[in-house]
Design a protein around this ligand. Structure first.
Ligand SMILES: Cc1cc2nc3c(=O)[nH]c(=O)nc-3n(C[C@H](O)[C@H](O)[C@H](O)COP(=O)(O)OP(=O)(O)OC[C@H]3O[C@@H](n4cnc5c(N)ncnc54)[C@H](O)[C@@H]3O)c2cc1C
Length: 574
């Protein structure tokens, strides 16, 4: 029986501990407060979590507040101009609703659920370095998920990935009830005032029931950096209303009779966004692995931290399960983090950090164009849910212009692209990874569900990469490609090969096939094909290949339906 200690029972730690417990691991969950103490204590976050992160909770049966948490179904954005009125405003619908469940509610309930789970134990204390030594001696693996707590200092700062050496915003949270309803209820209202800061607000579920959360992000030294003299919760509410009155009069009118949810419903502070090395060596020579905020601390400006923490828990759980009974070496720890970094965190961090400096011209163009082109607004909203989708157009100026041209052209066309994609997504497919060897010897690969068998005699199959796929030129130049139909337990490969990276194969063993095509193991079936024809088809290219060799080891395939990974089961009537 593998013994794992998870130190810190917040979003990431509690989620990972419950996931491991469900898989039969013997877990010690270290929490620094009793659940009731957490409920009675101060708020810790605004914790707006988007659908993709919520899905990771749902997969573990942990999103218990589906019906109580108010839906946040869209993003309503305004860029405020120099005269205090919006220069730009748009509203976009999220593909699935976001929820904000007060971490006092969520983490307290998760710790209780873990304690009731029968296996493992909750240990209540604020762990220090000596305690980590003890856990490392008595457990196979120690995961440190203590958020912004002091233990994160064990992990050295990675200065290459941490562009800032001081806080970029003065932060404040105000949880209120009794605000007047607004027209666009159920949205995350996001206002950006260049040079001053950002204000966002959205509905949430707190310890007393539904509420509204206001988040203030003041540029240091600016007029929204005004919290240092506040001493009481009432003073905090008054200052919040003063800011609204000065910068967002409509929000002031709505909130003028609002009251705090409870005396713990306020928070003020600053943090320096920091990425740390994920493996720490203790004095004894033993190693511990950092997770979520402890090693990837984001400013809340894009509301990514709790989402990132849920993704970290998912990636780490996956990595632990796949490691079986092998030893948890420092190399495995580093690989586990690298997987998470490449597959998720780098995009969340890159996007968040990009908003902590002055808006660059292409960012302003994108935010402005969203007002006239709804699909640009939808894409920006989708970036909150999955920051990987912002690649490359948010990050690169030339790509931003190409993206805008494409979206404008689509806007003039017949269908709403997102609706059409949603309709087509009703067709359940398997998931494949298609690989090839580029003429210069590089291995290339991408996830595709556009695979179809075409003919038995001759044996032909097809698949369709998009014209914007970065590896399309390599597939075009390669003589062969290999299609791997993924097994249900290979969803990590689907994510890995769907995420842009210099080397998508890092950490994944391959063997060379026909024409050096890299072959992956573990697929339910694998087809090595020679490209016999390429057809231009709208924004995609159809690759027709003749199967030259195949293996079909069988097993349970990974299924994709309606935007989610699924597992196929036999129909009960058959
Ligand atoms: C003002 C603000 C607003 C935010 N808004 C959002 C948002 O809207 N959306 C979003 O996604 N994210 C948001 N975040 C970020 C989000 O809250 C965090 O990124 C997320 O909670 C990180 O999860 P974690 O598990 O790493 O750490 P945490 O959730 O902080 O959990 C760490 C846990 O470890 C405990 N701990 C600390 N030290 C010790 C110790 N020595 N021993 C034992 N236990 C210890 C802590 O008490 C805590 O319970 C916000 C953050 C702030 C500050």
């Amino acid at each position: 029986m593998r013994r794992i200690a998870v130190v810190g029972a917040g979003q990431a730690g509690a989620q990972l501990a419950l996931g491991l417990q469900a898989h039969g691991y013997d877990v010690t969950l270290v929490a620094d407060r009793e659940p009731d103490e957490i409920r009675r204590g101060p708020v810790m976050s605004s914790q707006c979590m988007f659908d993709t992160a919520l899905q990771s909770e749902r997969e573990l049966g942990l999103h218990h507040w589906e019906d109580q948490a108010p839906d946040i179904s869209g993003i309503a954005f305004s860029l405020i101009g120099p005269h205090g009125t919006p220069d730009v405003s748009w509203r976009a619908t999220l593909e699935g609703p976001a929820h904000s469940v007060d971490q006092r509610v969520k983490c307290a309930a998760w710790i209780e659920q873990f304690a009731d789970g029968g296996r493992g134990e909750v240990v209540l204390h604020e762990a220090g370095v000596n305690d980590l030594e003890w856990y490392a001696r008595t457990h196979d693996l120690v995961v440190v998920s203590t958020g912004k707590g002091e233990l994160s200092q064990l992990f050295p700062c990675n200065s290459e990935l941490s562009p800032y050496d001081r806080p970029r915003r003065a932060l404040a949270l105000t949880y209120v009830t009794g605000a007047a309803p607004r027209e666009e209820a159920g949205a995350l209202h996001y206002r950006m005032v260049p040079g001053v800061g950002e204000y966002f607000s959205f509905p949430a579920l707190t310890t007393t029931g539904p509420c509204d959360i206001m988040v203030f992000e003041g540029v240091p030294g600016g007029p929204m950096d005004c919290w240092d003299d506040i001493r009481t919760p009432e003073g905090h509410l008054t200052r919040s209303l003063e800011i609204l009155h000065r910068f967002f009069p409509d929000e002031y009118e709505r909130h003028r009779h609002a009251r705090l949810t409870d005396s713990g419903g306020v928070l003020r502070g600053r943090l320096t966004p920091t990425v740390r090395h994920p493996v720490a060596r203790l004095a004894s020579g033993r190693h511990v692995l950092g997770m979520a905020d402890a090693v990837v601390l984001n400013d809340p400006i894009t509301g990514q931290g709790a989402n990132n923490a849920a993704q970290a828990a998912t990636h780490y759980l996956d990595s632990i399960l796949r490691h079986g009974t092998a030893e948890f070496t420092p190399q495995w720890m580093q690989r586990t983090f690298d997987h998470f970094w490449r597959g998720w965190a780098q995009w969340a961090v890159g996007w968040t950090n990009s908003l902590l400096t002055d808006l660059s011209p292409h960012h302003r163009d994108l935010l402005t164009a969203a007002a006239e082109t709804p699909s640009v607004a939808d894409a920006l909203a989708a970036g909150f849910d999955d920051p990987r989708t912002l690649y490359r157009w948010w990050f690169e100026e030339a790509e931003a212009h190409r993206f805008l041209a494409e979206k404008r052209a689509q806007h003039a066309a017949r269908f709403d692209g997102r609706e059409l994609r949603r309709a087509l997504g009703q067709y359940a497919t398997g998931v494949t990874v298609v690989t090839a060897r580029a003429p210069d010897g590089r291995n290339v690969g991408m996830t595709a569900n556009s695979f179809t068998s075409v003919s038995l005699n001759p044996p032909l199959v097809l698949w369709c990469p998009g014209k914007n796929s970065p590896s399309l030129p390599d597939f075009t130049d390669a003589s062969h490609f290999a299609v791997h139909i993924l097994a249900a337990d290979q969803h990590h490969l689907s994510r890995q090969f769907a995420t842009p990276a210099d080397d998508k194969f890092r950490g994944t063993p391959t063997t060379p096939g026909i024409a050096g095509t890299p072959l992956l193991d573990g697929a339910v079936a694998r087809f090595q094909c020679r490209t016999v024809q390429r057809l231009d088809a709208g924004d995609h290219i159809i690759f027709l290949g003749e199967v030259e060799q195949y293996e079909a080891d069988g097993g349970t395939p990974l299924v994709f339906h309606s935007g989610y990974y699924q597992v196929a089961t036999k129909h009960p009537d058959m």
